[in-house]
Design a protein around this ligand. Structure first.
Ligand code: B4P
Length: 192
């Protein structure tokens, strides 16, 4: 199986690149952000609770997102592999993911990290906020909070995957096509 963790700060282009990667490698896309937004859209209890946190730019509790990922992995038993987009975001989530994949006799193949500077991230997210309707993209303070959450809780995962020799950093600034080419080259090199 080819199981990729697509990593990077908010607005790094994880969702954008995931779409292209799933088409090329026929992987199942698991985005915790998309799953949470779908819960919000349906007005579920989980969605209502998640919305309060997401609108403030803080992470949703680990047990909630871990449970969501477990049920999605279980629902896709015949998948050739997965792209985990926006998950894991904390060490507890990374450990839970390793444990879950082990029970399926598989594991993470690699972490691909999109590297983008703060100024570019803020510009992209404010720009998306103009027409996306996403409350978390419309306020500079909330965007800054998401970046701080990333630096405090998510960035340490770089070490977690580096220790396992699974980390690759990719320049995330440039055209969507250029970045996709770099990602595909890195995947093809390590997964023949
Ligand atoms: P997410 O939905 O994961 O979103 P994101 O980090 O904001 O965006 P992404 O990196 O996917 O960027 P995109 O491609 O869209 O998270 C939202 C919230 O959900 C979190 O703050 C948190 O509260 C909660 N959450 C989600 N997962 C969680 C977890 N595991 N644990 C706890 N809480 C969780 O790109 C952004 C913009 O840039 C787009 O407008 C795009 O068009 C543009 N763009 C992309 N590539 C570009 C390029 N090369 N050049 C110029 N612009 C580009």
């Amino acid at each position: 199986m080819l199981n990729i963790v697509l990593f990077g700060p908010p607005g790094a282009g994880k969702g954008t690149q995931s779409e292209k990667l799933i088409a090329k490698y026929q992987l199942v896309h698991l985005s915790t952000g998309d799953i949470l937004r779908s819960e919000i859209g349906r007005g579920t209890k989980l969605g209502l609770e998640a919305k309060k946190l997401m609108d403030q730019g803080v992470l949703v509790p680990d047990e909630v997102v871990i449970g969501m990922i477990e049920s999605k992995v279980d629902a896709n038993k015949n998948a050739k592999g997965f792209i985990f987009d926006g998950f894991p975001r904390t060490t507890a989530q990374a450990e839970a993911l390793d444990k879950l994949l082990k029970t399926k006799e598989t594991g993470i193949s690699m972490m691909l990290a999109l590297e983008v500077d703060n100024e570019e991230l803020i510009k992209r997210l404010l720009n998306r906020g103009k027409d996306s309707g996403r409350a978390d993209d419309q306020n500079r303070g909330v965007i800054q909070k998401r970046i701080t959450e990333y630096n405090n809780k998510t960035a340490p995962l770089k070490d977690y995957y580096m220790k396992q020799n699974k980390f690759s950093g990719i320049k995330g600034v440039g055209s969507v096509e250029e970045i996709f080419t770099s990602l595909a080259e890195t995947i093809d090199k390590s997964h023949k």
